[in-house]
Design a protein around this ligand. Sequence first.
Ligand SMILES: [Zn+2]
Ligand SMILES: [Zn+2]
Length: 311
Amino acid sequence: MSLKSPRRAKDGLRFRVKFWGVRGSYPTVESNKLQVGGNTSCVEVEVDGRRLIFDAGTGIIPLGKELCNGSVSTLTTYVFLSHTHIDHVMGLCFFEPLLTPTSHSFILGPGASRGALARSLRQLTHSHLFPVSLDELKGKKEIISLAGDETIRFSGPGDRPAVKRGSAANGNGADELRVTTCKSSAHPLNGVMLYRVHFKNKSLVYATDIEQQEGGYPEIIEFARGADLLIHDAQYLHDEYASRTKPRKGWGHSTVNTAVAVAVKAQVKELVLFHHEPTHDDKIMKKIGREARRLFRSTVVAREGMEIDLL
Ligand SMILES: [Zn+2]
Ligand SMILES: [Zn+2]
C-alpha cells in the first residue's frame, strides 16, 4: 500500500505535529475567536511516513479533505481517540477517508472489552441521529479497543498496528516509532486515554480532557516525564474553576495553572495549552499565553493551523 502524503519529507524522518482543532466542549464560529480557531479537538502527527490523528472533533473534517485531495489511490490513517465524548468524535462521520472506498482507517480508543469502542461509535450513527450507519460508510475501517498501559507498533505502511500490553521504557531513548497508552480516571464518567508518541529519541504526549488534582496526578506526570512536547488540557482559568456561582470542579478539565504545574514537574521541553474554553476569545487567549509563559517559558497556546517540528 502507498501512503498519500503531500508533505512527506524525502527521507521519511519527519516528526511534525499540526493542530486542526483546539477547542473544548463545542465548536465556535464567532469572529473574535478565529485567530485561535473554532474547531474541536484534532491533532495530526506526521511521523515516519505515517499519519497518526489524535481525536476526531470537527478539526478532522478539513484534515480528511486535505488527505483525500490527491491522486494517490490508497490512504491509510490511524485515528487515536482520547474518549468518545461528542466534541472528540463529532467529525468522524464526515472524515473523508471513511467515505472513500480505497482508504483504510484504523480507529483506536478506550474500550472496556474487545468490541466496546465499536459499540460506542455505532451510537453516533443511530438512525435517529445520522442517515447512514458507521458500518455502511464506504471506507475500510477497523476499530480497536484499548485498555491502557499498552505499546502500539507499526510494521509496513498500511499494516494493522500491533497492540501489546505493557508500556515499559516509556521515556525517550528508542529510534523506532511506537505509541504508548495510559488510561486515566481523571475525566467523568469513563476516564480518558493519554497517548505518547516516540520516534528517534523524541516524544510527544497528548493529554486532553483530564482534570488534574492540585500539582498534578503522579501517574500522569510520570507518563509525560521528559517529553519534548506535552499537549495538555487547559480549559479553565483558575477563577472560573473555583468560581463561587458556577464552579467547574468535577467537569473533567484542568486549569492553565495545573497544566503548567504538570509541565514543570514532568520536566517537559515544551507545553502546548489545548482544549480551550469555547467562550474565551482571542484577546483572553493571548493573555493566557502571556501569563502561562511567565510560569513556564516554553509554553504556547494551541491554535488551528499551528505546526511544530520535533525532528
Ligand atoms: Zn473534550
Ligand atoms: Zn470529555
